[in-house]
Design a protein around this ligand. Sequence first.
Ligand SMILES: Nc1ncnc2c1ncn2[C@@H]1O[C@H](COP(=O)(O)OP(=O)(O)OP(=O)(O)O)[C@@H](O)[C@H]1O
Length: 264
Amino acid sequence: MSTTVEQINESKVQVRMEGVYKSFPKGNRQNQVLRDINLEIKKGEFISLLGPSGCGKSTLLKMIGGLLESTSGQLMVGNDVMKGPRKEIGFMFQKAVLLPWRTVEQNLLLPVEIAGGNIAAAKSRIHELLELVGLKGYESYYTKELSGGMQQRISLARTLINDPDILLLDEPFGALDEFTRENLNFSLMDIAEKSGKTVILVTHNINEAVLMSDRVIVMGINPGHILEDLKIGIPKPRTDQAMAMTQYSEHVLHIRSLLGVGRS
Ligand SMILES: Nc1ncnc2c1ncn2[C@@H]1O[C@H](COP(=O)(O)OP(=O)(O)OP(=O)(O)O)[C@@H](O)[C@H]1O
């Protein structure tokens, strides 16, 4: 079932950041990379973190995923203060990093093995997961037999194997050609809408962010901060037709002007 805007508005906050700062040590001083981040993300929302290189998108995503600690401020996931990686959060990166000596099925089972989970239960989900990412019947294939796009589909299925509530995606299809990337974006939108999972996507691409998201968090640099939390009210499910809507082009132009892109 797809998640409507009304359902999202009624649903509870899943990630909350209040006054979050992040610095990394550089020599004998601290390099501040994120300043005063305040953000609430509700269950089932599709959020994009958009901004220029170095504005701290990946750092923010890693903090939400418990891979990095904030320097100050509060970061809550559900009712808990974030302390480290959690089973209900799935991460996917630009590179698939599949193990070449393992089949697709064995690669998909890896996170379950690492987490000490129920292998038999996970095995019974593999067929359904491969169907979801458009690779039904590829259980026994090896990495070398798969294209880059197929490998990213497997990587997406692997992120879903533990059935996480929140998907954190760091430019997941950034290394792929435009056609494959667009198809995968639509697959991702389908999966998000059908499952009601919360998605937080890091991207450099303004059009993609507007097309896919409920909200686009536009970020500025030096240090990284939120320029605008932009609600995209285009009805879902979104198809190619969304790109022909005035709302779509107005959002794209607004973000371009916020980020100082192009010529007016
Ligand atoms: N582990 C680290 N140690 C020190 N500095 C870091 C670390 N990780 C990130 N940084 C610095 O933090 C800043 C933000 O980096 P981050 O990768 O979060 O930006 P980004 O917006 O995701 O960039 P890009 O779009 O190029 O991937 C950069 O200046 C980077 O050098």
